[in-house]
Design a protein around this ligand. Sequence first.
Ligand SMILES: [Fe+2]
Ligand SMILES: [Fe+2]
Length: 300
Amino acid sequence: MSQPNYKYVPKQVDEIVIRAFAFEFADDIDPLWVPNNPVRSHMFNGLSLTMPYLEPYLIKSTQKAMAFIDEPELLSDMRGFNGQEARHYQCHRRLNELLKSNGYPELANVERRMAASFERLSNRSLRTQLAYNAGFETMTNGFTHWLINKRHKLFHNASPHITSFWLMHMVEETEHKTVAFDAYMAYSGKYLPRAIGVFHGSFHLVGWGLIGMWTALKKDRALRNPRNVMGLVREISALLFNVGPYLLRALLPWHNPRCEDDPKWMLDWVAGHAKWPAGEVLPLVDTSSHDMPVPFRTNG
Ligand SMILES: [Fe+2]
Ligand SMILES: [Fe+2]
C-alpha cells in the first residue's frame, strides 16, 4: 500500500518513452573525445563508468518498491523509468568497454570496487535506497540543464557520437525526473531520510566518477602539466556551480521535481525523435555548429 497521504500528481511529460540507443561507436574510439581537454573527457568517462553499476541498482530497488505501491499511474511511470535506465546502462557499458580497450584497462579495477559498493547499497533498507534514488535523480536534473543548456561550451567540436549519447541520456533523465521522487514519497515521504538521500545519492555517485577520472588522469600522467591541474579545478568548480543549486533546492521540505522546468532543446529533441523511423541509427548532434541544434529536422 502507498503512504495514505500520498497522491499522484501528473508529471510534465505525457509519456516516458523507452527508446533504442542506436549509436555506432567506432572500435578505435578516442577516449580523449573533448578536444584539448583531457580532464573533461575523463570526467565524463568516469561518470560513464559508474552507470552500468548505478542504473541496474536503480532498476532493482524500483522493482522492489513496486510491491508496496498501488497507484497505477506511478506504477506505469516506474516501468517507463526502468525501461529507460536499462537502455542507458547497456549503451554506457558498450562505451566503457571501448574506453578500456583503447588505453585504459585500469578502469576495470575501479569497476570491481564499484560493483562491491553498489552490492552493499542494495542491502540497505528500501527507504534508504529509495531516498538515495530520489537524491541521485535530483542531481541528474542539474546535470541535464548544465549539459543541454551549455552544450556548445562543453562539447564544441567533441566526438558527435559520445556528445549525442550523453545529450540523449540527459533528455530521458528529464523525462523521468519525477519517478524516483514519487516512488520515495509513495513509500515513505519522510523528510529527513530524503534530505540525507540528496547527499548520499549525489556524493556517492560523483565520488566514484571522480575516482574513474583520477585513475585515467594518473595513467596519462596528465596532472604533471599545470594546465591540466587548472583544468581539474575548473571542471569540478563548474560541476558544483551548475549542479549545486539543484541539490540545495531539493533540500527544501516542499521540494518537488515538478517545480523544475524542462529545457526547450529537450522538448524539441523529444518532438523530433517521435518522427524518427523506428530501428534506424540515430542522427548525430553537429558539434561543430554554433548552437548545436537537435539532430532531427523539426519542420516535418
Ligand atoms: Fe539514466
Ligand atoms: Fe535516471
